[in-house]
Design a binder for this molecule. Structure first.
Ligand SMILES: *Cc1c(COP(=O)(O)O)cnc(C)c1O
Length: 417
C-alpha cells in the first residue's frame, strides 16, 4: 500500500477507536488553538475550559470585592487539602493524605528529610542517576542535612541495591516514569523490597499523575510528590502536591515548619506544633489564584476513572507507535513498545532531534526536545485523540522523509530551547 492508503486506513481506525473510547468527547473540556496537536502536556498541560471563569471569579469577586473575608467565606483556608483530596482520587489516595503546596522540588526536600526522621539511625537513600535533575539536587542537599549517603542506582537494579543496603536503608526515592524516555518502572516491586528491609519508598508522580492508574494506598507507597502543571493541567507554575500515607502522618516531621503547617496558626505561638494531619506538610501562605485554578482544572477529570484514563493513554500511544511503523518511520524508539513498561509519552531518537522538534512545531505538532537526542511527545488522553496520534505520525514521517529538519530556520538554536 502507498503511505496515502496506509494513512487513510489508520485514520479510519482511529475514528472508530475515538468513538468507542471511554474518554470520547473529553477534548471538549479543553480550550486548544485550531490546527495544533498538543503533545507537550507533560511539560505544561492544556487549558481546561472551566478555568478562566473560576479565575475570573476568584480575582474579581473573591479578591476584589470580598477581600480578606474570602479566607472564610470562600474557604481559602482549606483549599489546599480540598484540592489535595481531588488529586488523591486520581492517584489512589483516600482523603486526608494529599495536600497541594509548594513546588515538586520543595516537596521532595520535605519528603527526604521527613523519611530520614521516620527512620532514625539509617544512613542510606537510593535514587535514580537519570532522575530529573532537580530531584538529584534536592535529594543530595536533603541527604547532606539529614546525614544520609545518597546511592544513585538505576531503577532496574534498585531491588538488588535495596537488599544490599539492608537495614541501613532509610528511603528508596524513584520516579514512576522516566521523564526522558517515558519508561515505566515497577515502583510496586521497589516499594515491597524497601518494606522488606524496614525502609520507606517515595514515588515521584510528575509524569504519572493524571495519566496512569496509580494506586498509592493499595500499593503501600509511603510518600509521593508530583506536579500540578503537567498532566493535571493546573497552569503555569501551578502548585505541586505531596502525599504522606495515613500511617506515617502522626510522626511525619518535615523540615520546613511554616505557620500554615502549625496546629493552631492563629494562636501566634512562639513554639511550633505540627497540625495533626496532612496539613502539617504545608509551609507558608499558598498562591491561592493558582491553587483555585488547579481545582477548576481538575474538574476536567469528572466522571473518569484512572483505569479508563490509563486504558485510553495506552491505546493512543500504542496507535501512534503502530502508525509510525506502518508509515515507515525508521527512528529508534526510546520508549518501550510493550504496554506494561510505557508511561504516557513516546520518545524518539534522532541525531538532529532539536531541529526535528522545531520542524514539527512549525507544522502545528507541539512536542519538545530533551538532551541529547530525544524527540519527546507526551500524550494527554483527555485532549489528544487517536485521530491526532495518526496525524502526528504522518507529520513525523513527512519531516523525516522530506528532510525538513535540515532547513536553517529549524537547526539554529536560540538562547531558550
Ligand atoms: C517536571 C518535574 C519536576 C519539576 O519540579 P519543579 O519543582 O516543579 O520545578 C521535578 N521532578 C520531575 C521528575 C519532573 O518531571
Amino acid at each position: 500500500m502507498t503511505t496515502v492508503h496506509t494513512h487513510d486506513a489508520l485514520t479510519a481506525r482511529a475514528e472508530t477507536l475515538d468513538a468507542q473510547s471511554p474518554l470520547h468527547g473529553t477534548r471538549d473540556r479543553f480550550t486548544l488553538p485550531d490546527g495544533v496537536i498538543y503533545l507537550d502536556g507533560n511539560s505544561l498541560g492544556a487549558l481546561p475550559s472551566a478555568v478562566p471563569a473560576v479565575v475570573g471569579d476568584v480575582v474579581h469577586r473573591q479578591w476584589g470585592e470580598r477581600l480578606i473575608r474570602s479566607w472564610n467565606e470562600s474557604d481559602w483556608w482549606s483549599a489546599q487539602t480540598r484540592v489535595g483530596d481531588a488529586i488523591g482520587r486520581l492517584v489512589g489516595a483516600a482523603p486526608g493524605q494529599v495536600v497541594v503546596t509548594d513546588s515538586t522540588s520543595v516537596n521532595l526536600f520535605k519528603a527526604v528529610v521527613g523519611a530520614a526522621r521516620l527512620r532514625p539511625g539509617r544512613t542510606v537513600v537510593l535514587t535514580d542517576p537519570d532522575s530529573f535533575p532537580t530531584d538529584l539536587y534536592m535529594t543530595d542537599s536533603a541527604a547532606r542535612l539529614a546525614g544520609l549517603e545518597v546511592r544513585r542506582v538505576h531503577p532496574r537494579d534498585a531491588v538488588a541495591a535495596i537488599a544490599e543496603a539492608g537495614e541501613d536503608l532509610a528511603l528508596a526515592s524513584y520516579s514512576s516514569v522516566d521523564y526522558r524516555t517515558g519508561e515505566l518502572w515497577d515502583l510496586v516491586a521497589i516499594t515491597e523490597a524497601a518494606h522488606a528491609v524496614g525502609a520507606l519508598a517515595c514515588w515521584d508522580l510528575c509524569h504519572s499523575a493524571g495519566v496512569l492508574d496509580i494506586r498509592l494506598d493499595a500499593d503501600g507507597a509511603d510518600l509521593a510528590i508530583g506536579c500540578g502543571y503537567k498532566y493535571l493541567n493546573g497552569g503555569p507554575g501551578a502548585p505541586a502536591f505531596i502525599y504522606v500515607a495515613e500511617r506515617h502522618l502522626a510522626d511525619f516531621d518535615q523540615p520546613l515548619t511554616g505557620w500554615h503547617g502549625h496546629a493552631r496558626p492563629f494562636e501566634m505561638s512562639g513554639t511550633y506544633e505540627p497540625a495533626p494531619g496532612i496539613t502539617r506538610a504545608r509551609v507558608g501562605t499558598p498562591p491561592l489564584l493558582s491553587v483555585l485554578a488547579l481545582e477548576a482544572a481538575l474538574t476536567a477529570y469528572d466522571g473518569l476513572s484512572p483505569a479508563d484514563v490509563r486504558a485510553a493513554s495506552l491505546s493512543v500511544t500504542g496507535l501512534f507507535i503502530e502508525a509510525l511503523d506502518a508509515l515507515g518511520v525508521d527512528l529508534p524508539l526510546a520508549t518501550p513498545r510493550d504496554d506494561d513498561h510505557r508511561g504516557s509519552q513516546v520518545s524518539l531518537r534522532h541525531p538532529q532531534a532539536f531541529a526535528v522538534v522545531q520542524a514539527l512545531i512549525a507544522r502545528g505538532v507541539i512536542g519538545d526536545f530533551r538532551e541529547p537526542d530525544i524527540i519527546r511527545l507526551g500524550f494527554a488522553p483527555l485532549y489528544v485523540t487517536h485521530v491526532d496520534a495518526v496525524a502526528a505520525a504522518e507529520h513525523v514521517r513527512a519531516v523525516i522523509a522530506d528532510r525538513e529538519f535540515e532547513r536553517p530556520e529549524f537547526t539554529e538554536r536560540g538562547a531558550v530551547t
